[in-house]
Design a protein. Structure first.
Length: 549
């Protein structure tokens, strides 16, 4: 079993925005973040995440929880499995109450990577290749570049260091055929791939012996998903947050050389096109995105696809296409830093790039082809917001050399998918909810309030009030209040006046009820009338009165 103090230590490291942001694309919304709920189908975001309270809540389906609960629900894991998943992500070593626990996943990968790094120096061909590409020793060390030897040498290494062969297969270091076990990286320069927190999750490898597959990556494993990872993001994230810009390239060497030249915000996709699964990671820090792709057909097609994806997601930035057979790594090696800097500072905006490529793919001298280009471009524009659609109509018309009236876009219905509350909050609702939020947000104020107010005095939210005074802040009813930014807590200096007004109204209503209650004996009615009248008079003079039923 996992030791409880180890779990508590891990919890102190968890950040709910970091954890949830690795699964869904969060957008800032006031003090909180919002997204479409990952647990039910919806069009308008009702899933809210609070960095201050470290909780999430969906106002649509009602799910609520902390970072651990989110991973459990999203990954369909039990509690210990979720803890171990988060420990891997944060590179945290869990302690167990029983001996004989198997080695953590990252230990095998890290040991193999250390071994690969040690082999690089003794391989002249690999070192020669890196030197020819212009890579400095400092970059080799920074990125942990190594060399994978023959298949049998890797297998022998794992066995001699008492690593489980099955674990090597599960983590993608080894593969298994019908009749044999083999190493996945054979006679290749290796690039360790790390999660955003720096923990090892896999490898990329570049052949130096003419293998048909120039580059290979680790296969999909329980900790490696190339559609969610970006090479060198762990090295680049600090620069990305600081500069508010991220450069996305196609390959390992592009990233290494860009960092070597001072472009420390460069990352790369892992042998795959940019996907929607990358967006939560790319969006972190809300940077401007620069796509730096090769000018060959593969690079151009990847740039178009990526531009459509990020522009439809409302992200800002542009594309740089490198021509004449060059790429960022070549430009750094050739000393073309000034030209490279100019290109990266003046990318073609995503929308303009996609529209231009959509039109240029057709023969504008052929009316039928021109019509096809129009339909292709309109289909793309419809993925954008209504405002951007209108703004780019003239641009598309100029590309097609047609009147902009030809470009007809169906406007999206306004607020069609935004759920409306079934019943609006009354003034009494708002006051009671604000009081409850005050108890939650101002520690130590509860006892003071309870001297004068009892849950029974509230009309609609007695349960929430009771939960709040008992500090049950993770209860779904309180989470809804915490994350609802339309509900404002009272200022501490205003709380007395708020209580004076509420209690004055409350006891005045009680007095009127007594006078109209014909079931009460006359002397009882007069006693209660005098009692409530005295309370109302004191409250109107600014004196809070203790609660007595």
């Amino acid at each position: 079993m996992i030791a409880q103090d180890s779990i508590e230590a891990l919890k102190t490291r968890l950040d709910i925005i970091d954890v949830v942001g690795n699964y869904v694309e969060l957008k800032k919304a006031g003090a909180n973040f919002k997204a479409p709920c990952p647990f039910h189908d919806e069009k308008s975001p009702s899933f809210v995440v609070s960095p201050a309270k470290q909780i999430y809540h969906c106002f649509g389906c009602g799910v609520t929880g902390d970072p651990i609960r989110f991973v459990m629900e999203y990954e369909k894991l039990n509690y210990p499995e979720a803890i171990e998943k988060l420990a891997q992500y944060y590179n945290f070593s869990l302690q167990y109450t029983q001996s004989g626990q198997k080695k953590t996943d990252t230990r095998l990968l890290e040991k193999v990577n250390d071994w690969y790094k040690g082999l690089l120096d003794s391989n002249p061909a690999a070192m020669s290749y890196l030197k020819e590409r212009g890579i400095f020793e400092s970059s080799i060390e920074k990125f942990g570049i190594g060399y994978a030897p023959s298949s049998q040498q890797t297998i022998t290494y794992l066995k001699s260091h008492m690593f489980d062969i099955k674990e090597g297969i599960e983590l993608g270091v080894l593969g298994q055929g019908e009749n044999n076990i083999f190493a996945r990286f054979i006679e290749r320069i290796t690039f360790p791939i790390q999660a955003a927190n720096g923990s090892m999750v896999g490898f990329g490898g570049r052949t130096i012996t003419g293998h048909q597959a120039k580059y290979v990556n680790s296969p999909q494993t329980k900790i490696f998903n190339k559609s969610k990872l970006l090479y060198a993001y762990n090295h680049a994230k600090e620069s990305i947050y600081k500069s508010k810009e991220i450069i996305v390239t196609e390959g390992y060497l592009d990233v290494v050389m860009l960092h070597q030249a001072g472009f420390n915000n460069a990352v790369a996709t892992l042998g795959t096109a940019l996907t929607s699964e990358h967006l939560p990671l790319i969006r972190k820090g809300e940077p401007r995105i620069i796509m730096a792709y090769d000018g060959d057909n593969a690079g151009l097609n990847a740039a178009i696809k990526a531009s459509k994806l990020v522009s439809a997601a409302g992200m800002d930035g542009g594309v740089v296409i490198f021509g004449e057979g060059l790429d960022p790594a070549d430009m750094v090696k050739n000393g073309q830093l000034e030209e490279l800097n100019r290109l990266l500072r003046h990318p073609k905006p995503f929308i303009e790039f996609v529209l231009e490529q959509s039109v240029h793919a057709f023969d504008m001298n052929n009316p039928k082809a021109k019509e096809e280009a129009l339909h292709t471009a309109i289909a793309y524009l419809k993925t954008l917001s209504p405002l951007l659609q209108e703004e780019y109509k003239p641009y598309l018309a100029a590309l097609l050399n047609v009147n902009k009236s030809v470009i007809r876009l169906q406007k999206a219905p306004v607020n069609q998918s935004i759920p409306q509350p079934s019943t609006p909050l009354t003034r009494e609702d708002v006051w009671e909810l604000s009081l409850i939020k005050t108890i939650i947000e101002i520690p130590g104020i509860t006892e003071n309030i309870l001297d004068y107010l009892d849950p029974s005095q509230l009309l609609s939210h007695q349960e929430e009030f009771s939960l709040a005074i008992n500090n049950q802040y993770e209860h779904p009813l309180l989470v809804k209040i915490i994350l609802n930014e339309s509900i404002k807590a009272f200022k501490e200096e205003d709380l007395k006046n708020e209580l004076l007004t509420f209690l004055s109204n409350y006891y005045n209503i009680k007095r009127k009820q007594v006078l109209s209650d014909i079931t009460l004996a006359g002397d009882k009615r007069m006693f209660l009338n005098r009692k409530y009248s005295e309370k109302v008079n004191k409250l109107r003079r600014g004196e809070l009165v203790p609660f007595q039923d």
